[in-house]
Structure formats: structure tokens, C-alpha cells
Design a protein around this ligand. Sequence first.
Ligand SMILES: Cc1cc2nc3c(=O)[nH]c(=O)nc-3n(C[C@H](O)[C@H](O)[C@H](O)COP(=O)(O)OP(=O)(O)OC[C@H]3O[C@@H](n4cnc5c(N)ncnc54)[C@H](O)[C@@H]3O)c2cc1C
Length: 330
Amino acid sequence: MSILIIGQGIAGTLLASALRQQGAQVHIADGNLTGSSSVAAAGIINPVTGKRFVKSWRFDEFFPVAKETYQQLEQELGIQIWEERPTLRLLGTPEEANDWSIRCAQPEYNNHLGETDDPGAWGQYLKPGFRFGVILKSARANLPLLLSSYREVARQTGSFFEKNFDYQETEALLKDYDQIVFCEGWRATANPYFPEAQFRVSKGEALIIKFTGQITATPPSDMLKKTMLLVPMGDSTFWVGSTYRWHFEDTLPGEEGRDYILGYLKEMFEVPFEIVRHVSGIRPTMIDRRPIVGPSTLNPNVLIFNGLGTKGSLLAPFFAKQLAKELCKA
Ligand SMILES: Cc1cc2nc3c(=O)[nH]c(=O)nc-3n(C[C@H](O)[C@H](O)[C@H](O)COP(=O)(O)OP(=O)(O)OC[C@H]3O[C@@H](n4cnc5c(N)ncnc54)[C@H](O)[C@@H]3O)c2cc1C
């Protein structure tokens, strides 16, 4: 079985890895195109999302697969990409604090959420007046490090090509490969093999910041979430994001996104900070918010693995494994 994967974001990377485990021969092509989502992402996996703190779709099924997959890749590549850490949840209003307490009391949530009065190391940075909750089971997969390490190994073994794929080459390449799988992220909106796929992509931006004020205690190692998420990245820097824009003219970081994030940071913190970097990417979200995985109706040997939306770190491991098993069954 020989398979060509177009796109080496988290979808293409994990599919390549799962296919190789099934014994398939895999080549990957990626054109390093702007707007790639995986390299802008913090890679966070959270059991609850949204204003009502609702549990993520099939979280208890997907989380163990994600953990196992990233830990296996850590071994294989000799890198550290998986970290489990609690997240301090800021609750801005009495209503929010009340909703949180209700969730904590529900049996389905009490393994994942807890209550606390202590902001820990974040206390020295925050403005007064917040209440707190804690997300016990959150994790981070370092996607940029995974992608660059995986690419380096694939390049060395001659199975990675830096190439912007042209759809007109598809039929000719199917003489060399049994199947072609498109893992192109948001650029699949222009893919002629999947005209029925209903994307609703969104641009997201994030800042990498460094606090510059007088901090005496050790910097926090837990993540912090209110409307924005802050993720410790080492070296006293923090990833802060992200924004959501459904109408955008380009894929690049912009002033509007930066100012939006800064507005939130100034509401939350009294300690000054500086911007180290500003990143952006386009999330490949579907209208129904579910991944799209499977063959084209125009050619059964052309497939798609996409639609990971805001949750690529959690969803990609499970669906990559399922698709790899399906493809190698034949
Ligand atoms: C700011 C931001 C923060 C985020 N934070 C999180 C988070 O904390 N946790 C989480 O789970 N998710 C997060 N996400 C979402 C996450 O990034 C996506 O779910 C996931 O990365 C999508 O991966 P993908 O592989 O489908 O697409 P992408 O990462 O976009 O990869 C697609 C790849 O295909 C290549 N490509 C496209 N077309 C072609 C072509 N014709 N020829 C060759 N190559 C091509 C591109 O160069 C690119 O490398 C975030 C997204 C953004 C923007």
C-alpha cells in the first residue's frame, strides 16, 4: 500500500505516523503555505469549553488515544511534546462562579474540574477581584516541535517533499500511489475533489509575551484561562490567545488581532509585559464542527482528513488511527 499525503500539519503528520504503523509506504508533500494552523496553535487539550463549561465532544474516548499517540512519538523522535498541567480558570462574575460550582458537583465533571480560592503563582500577576476554578485534566501537545522533528526525520529518509501540490497532478500521481490523502487544512476550501465539504474557516491570532515587572516568585507553570488562554512556554514567556475572525482578507498577524488580545491582558493583569512574537493561522472548521474523513465522491482513491477546527490536538490522534486502519484493511 503506497500513500501520498498532501499537507504536513497535525492531520498529515499523525496520519503518516499511523499509516506507517500499519505497514504502509508513505510520502508527504507540504508547500509551507501561509496560514497553517498547527504552527500557530498552543496545542491545548481541555475537557470543558465555552461559556457554560460543557464537556468536549467524546472527550473521555479521545483523550487516552491522544496521550498514547503523543507519548509514543516522544519516544520515537526523542523529544518532549506532551505535558499534563492544571489550568487555573478565572471566573469574572458571581454567575460564572455559580455555574462552575454546579458543574463541579456533577458526577460527569468532578474528575475534571475543581474549586479553589488560591490562584497559586498567578496571584502575583493578576488584578484583584477574580474568583477561581481549576481544570484538573488539561494537557498540551507541542505541535510546532512535533511537526518540525517529524519533517526532519521524513526528509532524511527521503519521504518528505517540499512542494505546493497542484490539483491537476492528482490523476497522474495515482499511477504511482494507491491513494492520495489531502490534509491541507483551510486550503481544502478550494479542493475540487470535495465540493460538498462545508467549511467555515476562522482566522486566529496569538501573542507570545514576557512579563517585565518586578516578579519575586517562580513564574507559573499552570495554564490560565478566562476569555484568553495563557500557556507557559518556558523562559518566562507565555503564549496568549486566541482571536476568532470569520471574515478576513489575509492570513497574516494584524493590528486588530493584537489590540484585541492586549485589551484582555490589560483587564486581567497589573504586571507590565512586552510582546515577543505575534502569530496567526486559519482554523479548518466545518459548519457542523465535526472532522471530515473519507473518500471523494469523484474518485475513491482520493481522500480527505480535515475539519479539525479548534481541537486538532485532541481529535487528530483518534481519527488518524481510524483512517489508517481503514485504508490498510484492503
Ligand atoms: C491561533 C490558533 C490557536 C489554536 N490553538 C489550539 C489549541 O490550543 N489546541 C488545539 O487543539 N487546536 C488549536 N488550534 C486549532 C489547530 O491549530 C487546528 O485544529 C489544527 O492545527 C489543524 O491542523 P491541519 O493539519 O488540519 O491543518 P494545518 O495545520 O493548517 O496544516 C495544513 C498543511 O497543509 C499544507 N498545504 C495546504 N495546501 C497544500 C498544497 N496544495 N500543497 C502542499 N501543501 C499544502 C500547509 O502548508 C500546511 O502545512 C488553534 C488554531 C489557531 C489558528
